[in-house]
Design a protein around this ligand. Sequence first.
Ligand SMILES: [Zn+2]
Length: 266
Amino acid sequence: MKPTFFCFLLLFLSLLLAGCRSVPLTGRKQLMLTTSEYENSLGLKAYTEYKAKYKPSTNAEYNKALARCGKAIAKFTGDTGFDWQFTVLETDIENAFCLPGGKVAVYSGIMKQMHNEAELAFVVGHEIGHAIARHGGERMSWGYLQSLGGVLVAIGLQSDLANDLYGMGTNFGVMLPFSRSNEAEADYIGLCLMSYAGYDPRAAVDFWTRFSKDSQSSLLGNLMSTHPCDADRIEAMSKSLPMALKLYEKASTKRGLGIVFSHGKK
Ligand SMILES: [Zn+2]
């Protein structure tokens, strides 16, 4: 065995052993080779760019609902060290996100599709779920490991074919199904967070059921492209609903559906 190969193999195995973290609320063990500080700095940079690209919304109803549910949900996220910010940005794009560090944006395009604040609480809870589970950092970590594994294969076998096969194997076997499990985890965290905050979790299932039916159309096309939704996902959420309802029953402040949006109609 070549010394270089051996060193890389040791590094590969020690990274696998050392870089492990538990996801809040689900307890899943995840690979984590990046730092929160690094991810949060990327989050802040991206947030600044989005806020320069789109104007803040002047819709008082949307701003009030996001400020209220954002604050209520953030209280139950544990010790993240995040400096939370919540903004409604004015654009017809139907999407929302929470960047590492707690920078949340909801586009007015998706607000227009929501019936009430509880649906918003689920969307915000889901996005916050991705951030506190550090799905971005986990994805980067797998990327590092994949690159290092590629170097190992190339040194060990000195064959381009072996390297190509390795790339295909990791892409199909590890990298792709990953985002589906991330979505399911963010849904679970979102359901828990909205329920702890006192929003009726049945609104979450209503919201996705309503829009998954229309996923082939342009309605919520952007949200679907970054957060693919299918029948399995709705089924998983329906199964988690009794657990979420128990949390909702115990919530000290009951908000129900919260503000029912008029969307400017009297
Ligand atoms: Zn998602």
